[in-house]
Design a protein around this ligand. Structure first.
Ligand code: MN
Length: 130
């Protein structure tokens, strides 16, 4: 069974593009098109990692991530912000909101797969350290 990654994204073009990249990496992508369904889908599917858009039609990616990180069941799942708002200072804002990492759009296949592999291996280390 392949590793499940949840992508929370309201732009169908980005969803398709990232889905293609993740499949090349051998991952299975689950989709959510807004923040609330992203949180609900995470709770239902327990993905190994979450990619999170920031500008979403309901709650934004910062709020969705804060809710994920407030949940004892979901807080351990790495969440990577994927956003076009690559302004100075954003990285700090995202990290303090609870994101584990940050990628600026447009993301390349190598950037994406490297980041995913990195955070999956970190999560693995943390989960087996007990
Ligand atoms: Mn968006």
């Amino acid at each position: 069974m392949s590793i499940k990654i949840l992508y929370v994204e309201d732009n169908p073009q980005n969803m398709r593009l990232v889905g293609k990249m993740l499949r090349v990496g051998g991952y299975e992508m689950i989709e959510a098109v807004n923040g609330l369904s992203g949180v609900a889908t995470a709770a239902r599917e327990m993905p190994a990692l979450i990619l999170m858009d920031i500008n979403l039609p309901d709650i934004d990616g910062l709020e969705a991530t804060a809710r994920l990180k407030a949940s004892p069941q979901l807080a351990h799942i790495p969440v990577i912000a994927l956003t076009a708002n690559a302004m100075h200072g954003d990285r700090e804002r995202f990290i303090s909101a609870g994101f584990d990492g940050y990628l600026a759009k447009p993301v390349t296949k190598n950037e994406l797969l490297n980041a995913v592999a990195h955070f999956l291996s970190l999560a693995q280390t943390i989960n087996t350290r007990v």
